[in-house]
Design a protein around this ligand. Sequence first.
Ligand SMILES: [Zn+2]
Length: 244
Amino acid sequence: MPLRISQWLTQLYTAFLPRLCLICNHLLLPSEKGICARCRLYFAPTLLHRQTKPLLERLFQYFPFVKGVTVLWYYHDSPLLQQVLYRMKYGQNPYLGLYLGRFLGESIALHYQWEIAAILPMPIHPRRLRQRGFNQCEWIARGIRTTLPNKPPILSHIVQRTRFRGPMSRLAVHQRLHASIGFRLTVPKQILRLYRSVLIVDDVITTGTTISSLLAYLESVFDRDLPSMEIYIGGLAWAKRGKG
Ligand SMILES: [Zn+2]
């Protein structure tokens, strides 16, 4: 995906000017990258790694091949994060996604023993992609990748969003609930099967419907093969139902 002019300007800006926090514009410490520690203090952490059975995992309980779910911050309790996520998506600033993704990757590397063979950014609708020029989840995935020691590949553009067309009758009840959003693989399924453990990345997780749709789709494509795959899910923010 070619970068737009505004993204090139941001790149020039970060290369030649003093390193400033992308959120508050204060000077960054040498140890900080993109977003300063002070701004991060305004994001409400979920600390899910301290819980043995996080409530969040219930959203994906029908998919036994989902081996772990983590989200860094609470969406409704973090007004600054809400602004930043808005700027990332609508203000043409994918770099915010990159640096927020680094925080998520650092947390995964530190707190979880997940062996991640590849990262799959949640695809956004092609119309959105044309309007925005980038998929924010892909930039979050890039940030995560920089922090993982094995530098797993990012599986961009191999899954596309479409309208659902598959035979509903083949799906279990819980899958039909989620089947309103369709997906399709742009590569032979054998390619995705090469990766035994895949981290799916999203920006904000609310009810988990979009990710569940993708999981149901993968289940229908891989059929009996999927239980041998391990899927992990990582998100920046959790917009918990019943709040805000
Ligand atoms: Zn800052």
